[in-house]
Write a new protein. Structure first.
Length: 149
């Protein structure tokens, strides 16, 4: 529960410092965490909280694309600021080369040969990533590796 406590501490500090962007963003994250805890009927571990944070970042990235299409630079800047805030709690992202090496290793371990084995590979790969790469990036890398076989 260390990560949840970090987020709560940062939220308290943002409230005291009157940092509205940080306060709003972290409150949304905390409500997502609490909602998941209610659904799961218990405390979440750090890996589950990391996945919630990644989902929140992904949501903001999608918002940025939509805001750009609508010509709303103010919304783009707000979403980018929220992503910066969320990234403070995520581990350093893995480079594409590192991800490729890890994916190759998992493919060899599972003996996968085709796209049909994608589920098995992802099930084994995601825990090894520990939040350092998104599921979308991992899936894309695995798909490329399997198609090149």
């Amino acid at each position: 529960m260390k990560l949840k406590n970090e987020i709560q501490t940062a939220l308290t500090a943002a409230m005291k410092a009157r940092k509205e962007d940080t306060k709003r963003t972290l409150r949304l994250v905390m409500s997502s965490i609490k909602l998941s805890e209610v659904e799961d009927r218990g405390e979440l571990d750090d890996s589950r909280i990391l996945s919630i944070l990644q989902k929140e970042v992904k949501t903001r990235e999608d918002s940025i694309q939509e805001a750009r299409q609508a010509g709303r630079e103010d919304l783009v800047k707000a979403a980018e600021r929220e992503i910066e805030i969320l990234n403070q709690f995520l581990p350093k992202q893995m480079a594409a080369d590192e991800l490729k090496v890890l994916a190759k290793q998992v493919i060899e371990e599972t003996g996968a040969t085709s796209i049909k084995d994608m589920g098995t590979i992802m099930k084994n790969l995601m825990p090894k990533l520990e939040g350092r790469a998104s599921g979308q990036d991992a899936s894309k890398t695995v798909r490329e590796l399997l198609q090149n076989n």
